[in-house]
Design a protein around this ligand. Structure first.
Ligand code: HEM
Length: 176
């Protein structure tokens, strides 16, 4: 039998990274839907530049987070009360990581394709129709998937906290 001991909560560094990533992901999704409801146009170029910078920062946080996830000790896997739910939980966690990396890759590739960096430097102008780039619908569709995953994930956290009353949220917060 394994005598491995598990901490009661995630390491504070991982906690900080989790909530920074959560805030930035939700913020970037909100910007995508509220600021660019249609294809981004020439007037929105500065916002696009900031969206790209924020996306790159999120990438950095995600990589740091992936490292801390494997390097630092983690609490034992949470029990949702049914093996199938536990499996779904693991899959959703994996897809959250994969989804954030995938949306960043699609966004980065899109901005490369139409030359966002050059346009920001005043060299060239926004294409009339960004839909000629397949990366645009890919980026957009992943955002819907991410919203669904975040809803499932947050719903599961509240299910644990208020229905199973196992205080799961405290595992992703600071304390002794
Ligand atoms: C919106 C509100 C959110 C809440 C209430 C929340 C809550 C939590 C909680 C309580 C845990 C710990 C689960 C456990 O102990 O097993 C956790 C883990 C996790 N969360 Fe969130 N979370 C939120 C947003 C996000 C977002 C936006 C992402 C990714 C983009 C995310 C990705 C993850 C992942 C991958 C884990 C597994 C542990 C890890 O590998 O870091 N969460 N979350």
């Amino acid at each position: 039998m394994s005598n491995q001991t598990f901490p009661k909560r995630y390491h504070p560094v991982h906690v900080v990274l989790h909530w920074l990533v959560a805030i930035m992901t939700i913020f970037l999704l909100a910007v995508g839907f509220l600021v660019f409801p249609n294809t981004p146009n020439a007037q929105e170029i500065q916002m696009l530049g900031m969206h790209k910078m924020a996306g790159m920062l999120l990438g950095l946080l995600m990589v740091s987070r992936l490292i801390t996830r494997f390097v630092l000790k983690r609490p034992a896997a949470a029990d949702a009360g049914h093996p199938l739910l536990n499996l779904v939980g693991k899959i959703v966690h994996f897809l959250l990581y994969a989804g954030v990396f995938a949306i960043m890759a699609a966004g980065g590739s899109l901005s490369q394709a139409y030359g966002l960096d050059n346009i920001l430097k005043g060299d060239g102008s926004m294409p009339e129709n960004l839909f000629i780039y397949p990366q645009l619908p890919i980026h957009g569709n992943i955002s819907y998937i991410l919203i669904a995953l975040i809803a499932m994930h947050a719903g599961a956290a509240f299910y644990h906290q208020f229905i199973r009353k196992d205080n799961l949220l405290s595992r992703m917060w600071f304390g002794k």
